[in-house]
Design a protein around this ligand. Structure first.
Ligand code: PMP
Ligand code: GLU
Length: 395
């Protein structure tokens, strides 16, 4: 029978982060002692004060559809948050609250992209950007980066990638999967390029903004000349360890916010009402309230750096944000490990899962097939056990 799936879908892959995590879960259910360092999901419980707010919201009767773009009170709190943490000025009509940052990003892409538009994405990139662009039938233009430059692009690379078809630039800082963080000066230099191309929009994914270990996070929208080109994306999944609550949001030019509101009104009506009320409490609290989690991530990052040094053949650089390390594992390609020839990062990741029962994600999912993504959003105990197993199997 003829393939009845849309052309759009025939070209799309499953999310490899989610696929690897499901695989790990399946093996676990079959009784294997799997350590899952594949998914970027903090293992903390959400803060108690946020949980209390959600329970109260249930008791107080927040059971109904909310305005499509979110409760006005939440949008006001988001504006205050942007001002407090990012020195950005947004008005409530520039805010749209969505079902996770994932939906927020998809709303923006659907608002902007036509078939054959070009979207510049530095690699390594977060797994879903590429597929989302393809869903919109646009063309990703990838700028490769190297570990030597902490996986960051420079203004020359950016300018070289721009063509008359460029519609959008997408990046994350702190970056998933590399953990690199763009400095104020680096962003300023990129902003100088964007200033010359006012038609190009910039989607700045800042979902890891609080998970920064050295210098403070900077939002690219703070550069006044390009403020009107930027869509700032954020959410509660990482900072508040609320992945399942599904709250993400954008601050954007009014015309983009209106369009996201229109799309969302047709697709989901609104984000979850109870989670929105909890988000009011979460986002109106000072970031110092979640510092205990950041400190713990930093401890884990340092632990990972100590342990990874002990593994022969891994090349890595120190991540300064998010909760991933992205080592180069290409030294193992072309080698036989425990009787199995390893040709690429997919096979290397498979090998680790089969032989040491440690789940990671192949760098190919993020546009770099020499590396491997290891998430350290798990407990110290699990990290120690995982790296001990990897070391044992490889050294
Ligand atoms: N952007 C990045 C860079 C991410 O790592 C994630 C993780 N899921 C998301 C967006 C989406 O987050 P969520 O939909 O859970 O808010
Ligand atoms: N962002 C997380 C990750 O990269 C969660 C999974 C996903 O949404 O892709 O692992």
């Amino acid at each position: 029978m003829k393939n009845r799936l849309s052309y759009r879908l025939q070209n799309i892959s499953f999310s490899q982060t989610i696929a690897m995590s499901s695989k790990a879960r399946e093996l676990k259910n079959k009784g294997h002692d799997v350590i899952n360092l594949s998914l970027g999901e903090p293992d903390f419980y959400p803060p108690n004060f946020v949980l209390s707010a959600a329970k109260k919201a249930i008791d107080e009767g927040y059971h109904y559809y909310t305005p499509v773009s979110g409760y006005l009170e939440l949008k006001k709190v988001i504006c205050e948050k942007f001002h407090r943490d990012n020195h950005l000025k947004y008005n409530p009509y520039q805010i749209v609250v969505s079902t996770g940052a994932k939906q927020a990003i998809m709303n923006v892409l659907l608002s902007l992209l036509n078939r054959d538009d070009e979207v510049i994405i530095p690699a390594p990139y977060w797994v879903s950007y590429l597929q989302m662009v393809k869903i919109c039938e646009s063309n990703p233009v990838i700028i490769p980066t190297v570990m030597k430059n902490n996986f960051k692009i420079n203004p020359e690379q950016l300018e070289k990638a721009i063509t008359s078809k460029t519609k959008l630039f997408i990046f994350s800082t702190p970056c998933n999967p590399t953990g690199s963080v763009y400095s104020y000066d680096e962003l300023k230099n990129l902003a100088e390029v964007f200033k010359k191309y006012p038609e190009i929009m910039i989607l700045s994914d800042e979902i890891y903004e609080h998970i920064c270990y050295s210098e403070k996070h900077t939002s690219i929208a703070i550069f006044p000349n390009i403020y009107h080109q930027v869509i700032t994306v954020n959410g509660l999944s990482k900072a508040f360890s609320m992945t399942g609550w599904r709250i993400g949001y954008i601050g954007a030019p009014k015309w983009i916010a209106e369009s996201c509101d229109k799309i969302q009104g047709q697709m989901t009506s609104c984000a979850n009402s109870i989670a929105q009320i909890a988000a009011i409490t979460a986002l109106s609290s000072h970031p110092s309230k979640i510092e205990y989690m950041i400190k713990e991530f930093k401890k884990r990052r340092n632990l990972v750096l100590d342990m990874i040094k002990e593994i022969d053949g891994f090349q890595f650089y120190q991540p300064n944000g998010a909760f991933y390390i992205f080592p180069k594992v290409s030294n193992f390609f072309g080698q036989k490990l425990h009787g199995k020839m390893i040709k690429n990062s997919d096979e290397f990741s498979e090998f680790l899962l089969e032989q040491s029962k440690v789940a990671t994600v192949s760098g190919s999912a993020f546009g770099n097939n020499e590396c491997l993504r290891i998430s350290y959003a798990s407990s110290e105990e699990k990290i120690i056990e995982a790296f001990t197993r990897i070391k044992k199997i490889l050294n």
